[in-house]
Write a protein that binds this ligand. Sequence first.
Ligand code: DX5
Ligand code: ZN
Length: 230
Amino acid sequence: MADPTQPRGPGKLAPSLMCADFRCLEADIRALEAAGCEYMHFDIMDGSFVPNFTLGPDICRAVRRMTETPFDIHLMVVRPEEHIARFEPRPGDCVAIHAEACVHLQRTLRLIRDGFGARPMVALNPATPLDVLDYVLDDLDGVLVMAVNPGFAGQRLIPGAIRKIAALRDRLDRSGYAHVEIEVDGNVSPENARLMRDAGADLFVAGSSGLFLPGVPIPEAAARLRAAIA
Ligand code: DX5
Ligand code: ZN
């Protein structure tokens, strides 16, 4: 059982591949691996839960052939339980489902863990209170806190998200769930990442705000983010 009085391990990076350069995706993947990114983050959108479409099972399968890095699959879809299998999650992967999109949240988290051996995560939109987690804390390995409204890259941080991360960390540590990780997604710039880290975030979805920056090589941008989340 993690000890909340002990310092947490270093922050981890999960590059958001929807922000990668698809003209040279494999080269980006190699650079992300070389930068030691701990996960590859896939933003999956269905045009219904969020008003956008992005990545799908085919690109996941293609990236599986490019890297051994675990996947962090973020399902921004309604009825996620109907679609998880299509993304072929593996042990070591994370699968995040939205509490707002899933009628049977506890059963679906168990499906991710028991059915696929993957790490179940609950994703929360900015307005969703932490109370939705109260009866599934035993069924999840992490919580994905949206710092923007899901659906698009390039948005600005919703300031209340920092307070929400801190409140979540405190709630988890005080109730015997210090082992549950906090992931944050949206406008993770070096400056925001520092605030998010200080508030208690462990895993950072890095997209157009801090990693895929025009004219900035991935290794350089990754190093800057790493320094902010150390
Ligand atoms: C929101 C998206 C974005 C993206 C990261 O649904 O998931 O958070 O991954 O992109 P930036 O860094 O532009 O927020
Ligand atoms: Zn995401």
